[in-house]
Design a protein around this ligand. Structure first.
Ligand code: ADP
Ligand code: MG
Length: 652
């Protein structure tokens, strides 16, 4: 039998290996920027065409490459950064594997132009799918210019799986943001053929943060600085007021490299315990300097997790460092042990006449058997300077249960519940297709004993919502006896379903109402967020938003959807963008639905909202006219029936 094993040609091996390193245009940007940093550049410019699908260009003023190095740089495992395995434990460079350029050249058409400092002439190399096309002397500037064209031109299956331009651009901006934040001492420029996207002059860390995330973050940055033999931590953490439910900008860097570290993030979060509402998070920008031998970055090239040798100790240091920053800011009371409890003793000025014997003050009225109001406990939050945020629920408006309000065009209006209200069975169920359920999460709770629809409810003889008796239990569940048993409705979820259906229906039929703001509000987005926002411009407009870009990621909110009274439009938009960032999709319908869900969540009544009988009936009636009275759009149970038998069984 003949032998069947053979070595793969380099070009194929490179393509396979490239899959590990280069997944999308953003991976190319990351690798090229890191190389420019390692080459000692002080100024780096990126030009992206067609979200990097057509072309990515990175221009640096770093040290450049010799003719031989330029050719060698595209070989796999060709690197100038390490020589022996021990060097791996003293890494000060971003790269060290010598894989990136070989991988990029395997899946794209690459041009390299480079000239070393002090040399008169440089080199130009063209390489496509790992094949050298040309190499010749070149009259380029000092430094290096990489141009990567038509990524995945030779792997159509991978090119096809690239996402929309908006999504790919958002990924690029995310990588760019991370690298630019880690290196404020370097000037960066990002542009597209249409114009400049971001210009970041060299400066300090704070200036870089503000240049990327907008001027308004500045007043929320508390400086953090800790120096220990194990780690030096510096940077900024947000004031308690800057906390958000979602999408807070949180960045850790170690030795100039972005890292994800959920464990240390928990330490930051812990420092804010009782200062911010539960479930919220603050922005932070923290850089760690550690001995490179104490961390392991030798993990997967695209992973951003980094292992620390002393992670538990560092956890404590992070916690203490953030607490100290908050203490300085007066966010939490600090105890000065030297003076705590000490009376304020005036200095003796040498004049005995000024010294009076101590007097004892007594209260002749005091009667120990008469109880006096107990002193108010001193609370953490009493400090008037303490920036304790006001409870968020305060901004939730009372429910607007005007029957018929927000009624979608294709749903018959719910009649008012006057004495002559028609019985529920007289109402026509909406002739409306079931709203497409997106990301149908598995229902979090038990499946209701009986699934029903307006149809089955209608079939129930003798149940008339207009006269039905409801009871509200624990500010949340509506209980109502019906023929089959005890109907239970989760009121906030029912309201969410109703609002969601109405918002989706209004926005798809372009009948959403819009309300102009008397005083336009400003909202800031990071470059990556701004790309996401732009990608859903049309859907936001359909909902009733009118936004005007002011440049630098700042938008002016000129109008908001009707019915949002009392809801902070800035927070709402921020939530929408952060939700969209964490659920990237190119499907227009899905974008609209996600936006509707975020909006409905903000508008729905909170748990604890007491409803009148009339409101309960109205809510139930509208729920049973909705597209799915059983589940919320995100897959949670809304209603259930406990059958009589189940109840009776409890009393046997
Ligand atoms: P690594 O960065 O892991 O060494 P790369 O494949 O990214 O591997 O780069 C290979 C080599 O090419 C680098 O070690 C460096 O010597 C050289 N190189 C790459 N980009 C540049 C650049 N922009 N300027 C100067 N040298 C560069
Ligand atoms: Mg590299």
């Amino acid at each position: 039998m003949s032998d069947i094993i053979h070595l793969l040609p380099d070009s194929v091996a490179n393509q396979i290996a490239a899959g590990e390193v280069i997944q999308r245009p953003a991976s190319v940007i990351k690798e090229l920027l890191e190389n420019s940093l390692d080459a000692g550049a002080t100024s780096i410019e990126v030009v992206v065409t067609d979200a990097g699908k057509t072309s990515i260009q990175v221009i640096d003023n770093g040290k450049g490459m010799s003719e031989t190095d330029a050719r060698l740089s595209f070989e796999r495992h060709a690197t100038s950064k390490i020589q022996t395995a021990t060097d791996l434990f003293a890494l000060r460079t971003m790269g060290f594997r010598g894989e990136a350029l070989a991988s990029i050249a395997a899946v794209a058409q690459v041009e390299l132009r480079t000239r070393q400092k002090g040399e008169e002439i440089g080199t130009r190399i063209n390489i496509e799918g790992s094949k050298l096309i040309s190499q010749e002397p070149d009259l380029c500037c000092e430094g290096t210019i990489f141009t990567v064209n038509n990524i995945f031109f030779n792997i159509p299956a991978r090119r096809k799986f690239l996402k929309s331009n908006q999504t790919e651009m958002a990924n690029i901006m995310t990588e760019f943001e991370r690298i630019a934040l880690a290196h404020p001492e370097i000037s960066f420029k990002m542009s597209t053929p249409a114009g400049l996207l971001l210009m970041l002059p060299a400066g300090n860390f704070r200036q870089r943060i503000v240049n990327i995330f907008g001027q308004r973050i500045d007043k929320h940055l508390l400086s953090v600085s800790v120096e220990t033999p194990i780690v030096r931590i510096s940077g900024y953490t947000g004031t308690p007021e800057s906390s958000k439910k979602k999408g807070a900008q949180q960045f850790f860097f170690v030795n100039g490299r972005f890292m994800r570290h959920p464990y240390f993030a928990k330490a930051v979060q812990n420092a804010y315990e009782r200062l911010i509402p539960e479930g919220e998070m603050v922005p932070f920008f923290l850089t760690f300097e550690v001995d490179p031998a104490k961390i392991d970055v030798n993990i997967h090239p695209t992973k951003t997790e980094i292992k620390f040798e002393d992670d538990q100790t560092i956890w404590q240091i992070v916690l203490a460092g953030i607490r100290e920053a908050l203490g300085k800011f007066n966010a939490i009371p600090t105890i000065d042990f030297d003076t705590a409890g000490r009376p304020d003793i005036p200095l003796f000025d040498g004049n005995a006449e000024n010294v009076r014997p101590p007097q004892i003050k007594i209260n002749p009225e005091f009667n120990p058997f008469v109880s006096s109001p107990s002193p108010k406990p001193t609370s953490l939050y009493e400090n008037p300077q303490s920036p304790m945020p006001t409870p968020r629920s305060a901004s939730i408006p009372p429910p607007s249960f005007q029957p018929g309000a927000h009624t979608p065009a294709d749903v018959p209006p719910i009649p008012e519940f006057t004495g002559s209200t028609p019985a529920f069975q007289d109402m026509q169920p909406p002739v409306k297709p079931q709203a497409a359920m997106f990301v149908p999460e598995a229902p979090k709770q038990d499946i209701p004993d009986t699934l029903y629809s307006s149809q089955t409810i209608e079939e129930q003889s003798g149940w008339d919502i207009a006269t039905a008796q409801f009871l509200q239990y624990r500010g949340r569940y509506l209980l109502c006896p019906i023929e089959e048993g005890l109907l239970m409705i989760d009121a906030p979820r029912a309201h969410l379903r109703i609002l969601y259906d109405e918002i989706v229906s209004d926005s798809t039929s372009h009948t959403s109402t819009s309300q102009r703001l008397l005083f336009p509000e400003l909202v800031d987005f990071s470059p990556a967020e701004a790309v996401v926002l732009q990608s859903m411009g049309e859907e936001l407009e359909n909902l009733g938003f009118d936004l005007s870009p002011l440049g630098g990621g700042t938008y002016s909110i000129l109008a908001v959807p009707g019915g949002l009274e009392g809801i902070n439009p800035v927070l709402l938009l921020q939530n929408m963008v952060s939700d969209a960032s964490s659920h990237p999709t190119d499907a227009k319908e899905e974008i609209s639905q996600r936006l509707a869900l975020v909006m409905a969540r903000k508008m729905a009544i909170p748990v604890g909202q007491q409803l009148s009988l009339e409101e309960m009936r109205d809510l139930a009636a509208r729920l049973f006219c909705s597209s799915n009275p059983n589940y919320t759009p995100d897959g949670h149970n809304i209603s259930t029936i406990i059958p009589h038998q189940t109840l009776a069984a409890r009393f046997c």
